[in-house]
Design a protein around this ligand. Structure first.
Ligand SMILES: [Zn+2]
Length: 392
C-alpha cells in the first residue's frame, strides 16, 4: 500500500458490510443499521401484522370477479414466485406483470413460464430494445450503471398497468431499505411511493427526462419509463405494499418455497455471488453488481454473506472467507455467457468496458501504485486496501 492511502475501510463487526455502502451506518459498537434492523425483527408481532394484511386484502378483494384484486410485479425469480404463491394463498386473484429484462437468460425464461403455471393471468411489457440498448450504454458510461433502465421500468411498468387497468393494489416484495440498511424512517415504511422510488429505487440522480436528446432518444421512446401522474394515481387510488412488512422476509427460504413449486435454481453457485438462486434472469446483472464493487467495495457476495450471518447460517469468519473467494471478481462471464457476448448487446468492446470500469473505480478503496494507477492481477481483479477491520 502506498503512503497516500492511509484511510482504511471499516466493516460492521457483526456482518461483513463495509461502511462505504451508501445509507449504511455503524453505531458505537461498530454494528450496522441493517444488522440492527434485523435484530429489531424479533420484537415484531408477525401474527398481528398478518391480521393487518388480511384486513387490507379484504378491502381489495372483488366479490364479483369483475377485475383483478391486485398486481404482482414479477421477474420470475424466487421472490416473485413467493409473492405470487402468498397472494394465491390469501385467496387473491392477481394479475402478474413483468417488465421485460435487458437480456433474458434461458433459465430466466423457464422461471417466467413457471410463474404462469402457478395459475395466474400474466402480462409482459417490453420496451423498445433498440432504444433500451442505447440507454444501457449511455447510463453505463455516464453513471456507471448498465441496469438503470431496468431499475426504472420494474417500478414504472407495474404502476402504469395498475392505472390503466384500474387495479389499485400492488404487492411488492421486500423493502430493500430494511434488510440492506437505510434511513430508519424509510426502513419502517410498508408502502412504495414515488419518493421511495426516486430516493432508493437506484436511479442515481439521473432522471428519465435527462435522457431526452441523448443518442437520438425522444420523449416518445420513454413512455414506459415514466411514472404515472399524481392525478392518475389518486384517481385509481394506487397503493403499493411491501410483503416483507407482513412476512419475515428471507430470500434463502423463499428460494426453497419457490423450488417446491417449480422454480429452477442455477446448477452451481452463480458467478460473482455465493448463492445459486438469485439474479438468474438478466444476464447484464453481473456488470451492474461489479460496478457496485468498483464504487463501494462490495457486491452481492457481501450482501448474501451478511444475510446469512444475521440468520445464523454462516459465522462472520466463514462469510469473510467466502466473500474473499467469490466476491469482487472481474465479470468475465455470467450464467455461461461471456463478457464479450453480453457487451456486444450494447455495442461495446471489453477494452472500452475496462476503461469505463477504471473511470468509476473509487481509488480510495483499492490499491494503486505511486502514479495512482490501479493494481490488477492477471485476471484483471482489483485488490482492496483492506478486507476486514484491522486486527489491533
Ligand atoms: Zn452488519
Amino acid at each position: 500500500m502506498t503512503l497516500t492511502q492511509k484511510k482504511s475501510i471499516k466493516y460492521c463487526t457483526r456482518c461483513v458490510m463495509p461502511d462505504t455502502k451508501p445509507d449504511l451506518f455503524l453505531d458505537d459498537e461498530g454494528v450496522c443499521n441493517a444488522c440492527r434492523n434485523y435484530e429489531n425483527r424479533s420484537q415484531i408481532n408477525w401474527s398481528e401484522r398478518r391480521v393487518e394484511l388480511d384486513s387490507i386484502l379484504d378491502k381489495y378483494r372483488l366479490k364479483d370477479g369483475s377485475n383483478y384484486d391486485c398486481i404482482i410485479p414479477v421477474s420470475g425469480g424466487k421472490d416473485s414466485t413467493f409473492q405470487t404463491l402468498k397472494m394465491l394463498e390469501h385467496g387473491m386473484n392477481p394479475l402478474c406483470v413483468t417488465a421485460t429484462t435487458d437480456k433474458l437468460s434461458e433459465v430466466g425464461r423457464r422461471n417466467i413460464e413457471n410463474i404462469k403455471k402457478l395459475g395466474v393471468d400474466y402480462i409482459e411489457v417490453s420496451t423498445n430494445p433498440v432504444i433500451r440498448r442505447k440507454i444501457n450504454k449511455f447510463t453505463l458510461r455516464e453513471i456507471g450503471d448498465i441496469s438503470w433502465a431496468e431499475h426504472v421500468t420494474i417500478f414504472t411498468i407495474p404502476v402504469r398497468v395498475a392505472v390503466q387497468l384500474d387495479i389499485p393494489l400492488i404487492i411488492w416484495g421486500e423493502n430493500s431499505q430494511n434488510e440492506y440498511g437505510g434511513p430508519a424512517a424509510d426502513a419502517d415504511k410498508n408502502v412504495l411511493t414515488r419518493r421511495w422510488l426516486e430516493e432508493f429505487g437506484g436511479l442515481l440522480g439521473l432522471r428519465v427526462s435527462d435522457l431526452i436528446g441523448q443518442e437520438g432518444i425522444e420523449p416518445k421512446h420513454l413512455i414506459q419509463y415514466t411514472y404515472p401522474s399524481d392525478q392518475d394515481l389518486d384517481r385509481v387510488g394506487v397503493t403499493g405494499l411491501f410483503l416483507g412488512y407482513y412476512y419475515p422476509w428471507d430470500g434463502h427460504k423463499n428460494a426453497f418455497v419457490a423450488q417446491a413449486y417449480g422454480f429452477e435454481s442455477y446448477p452451481t453457485i452463480v458467478e460473482g455471488s455465493i448463492v445459486s438462486y438469485e439474479n438468474l434472469d438478466n444476464v447484464q446483472m453481473r456488470i451492474h453488481d461489479y460496478f457496485k464493487y468498483l464504487k463501494f467495495g462490495f457486491d452481492r457476495s457481501w450482501d448474501w454473506a451478511s444475510l446469512h450471518i444475521r440468520r445464523n447460517r454462516l459465522t462472520r469468519d466463514e462469510a469473510m472467507e467466502l466473500v474473499k473467494k467469490n466476491g469482487g471478481k472481474f465479470p468475465w462471464s455470467y450464467l455461461g455467457y461471456s463478457l464479450e457476448e453480453i457487451l456486444s448487446e450494447i455495442d461495446m468492446t471489453v477494452e472500452e468496458f475496462t476503461k469505463v470500469c477504471d473511470r468509476f473505480t473509487n481509488k480510495k478503496l483499492f490499491r494503486v501504485n505511486s502514479k495512482g494507477e490501479l493494481y490488477k492481477d492477471q485476471q484483471g481483479n482489483l485488490i482492496k486496501i483492506n478486507d476486514d477491520n484491522a486486527e489491533n
